[in-house]
Design a protein around this ligand. Structure first.
Ligand code: GLN
Length: 246
């Protein structure tokens, strides 16, 4: 079926009508979510399934809208393009609302806040963000962590496709620090030996759902569903299911 869809979606002119019925834009029983399932606890693989906070939130939103959620896993820096091209309806990937992205997509109301933190080896001389000057800093390609790292004086930036790969490079001593979102940072540090998160955070950010600019109806529907989930306490319950309170 997937292959068939690919073929249909790849055809032009004469097949456009047929193709539309198989592509996301033409099927309004499904809500297609673009994500990058390498970002626990927001989205990650569990066996064959993709699970996490964002998947549960998007499932609840789809349910409010009377649709079925379909999750499409892709590179983080492909998500905005998937949304603007109509391959996906929503981008949900622990994605920070930021001015650059707002030039190409709309964002829903935020559903949670997060911070960018610094992971270092336990014995590291890096103790504050200032100490990153001139250091080798690892980030995930195309993330806000990547943006902040690029502003550090004299630092050389190593960009990885997955946050996990950046953390691995850190444990192997190839880089001096990783800048990444706080909750995934906690998961990575708990899974590796000899790493710690610095107390001083880089920034506070808001996560929201990316939607194509022309899709204002969907933006309204998603915001209405989010408001309901906030009010009923379901949103908080989803977050609490994955993140234990400190
Ligand atoms: N919050 C960061 C961003 O939006 C990282 C998101 C991610 O890696 N999934 O750029």
């Amino acid at each position: 079926m997937k292959l068939l869809k690919k073929i249909l979606c790849g055809l032009s002119a004469a097949a456009i009508l047929a193709a539309l019925s198989g592509c996301s834009g033409g099927d309004d029983t499904k809500l297609i979510m673009a994500t990058n399932a390498e970002f626990s606890p927001y989205e990650y693989h569990e066996g064959d399934a993709i699970v996490g906070i964002d998947v549960d939130i998007a499932t609840a939103i789809a349910k409010e809208m009377g649709k079925e959620l379909v999750v499409e896993d892709m590179a983080f820096d492909s998500i905005i393009a998937a949304v603007t091209s109509g391959k996906a309806d929503i981008g949900v990937a622990g994605m920070t609302v930021d001015p650059d992205r707002l030039k190409s997509v709309n964002f829903s109301d935020p559903y949670t806040t997060a911070t960018q933190v610094i992971i270092v080896s336990e014995g590291s001389i890096v103790a504050t963000p200032d100490d990153l000057k001139g250091k080798k800093v690892g980030v995930q390609l195309g993330t806000t962590g990547d943006q902040y790292a690029s502003d550090i004086e004299g630092a050389s930036i190593e960009r990885y496709n997955k946050g996990f790969e950046a953390v691995q490079a850190l444990t192997q001593g190839k880089i001096d620090a990783v800048i990444i979102d706080n909750e995934p940072a906690k998961v990575f540090v708990s899974q590796s030996e000899g790493l710690k998160i610095l107390d001083e955070e880089f920034t506070t950010e808001e996560y929201a759902i990316a939607i194509a600019k022309e899709n204002t109806q969907l933006l309204n529907d998603v915001n209405a569903a989010l408001a309901k989930l906030k009010e009923s306490g379901e949103l908080q319950a989803i977050i609490d299911k994955y993140i234990s309170a400190e």
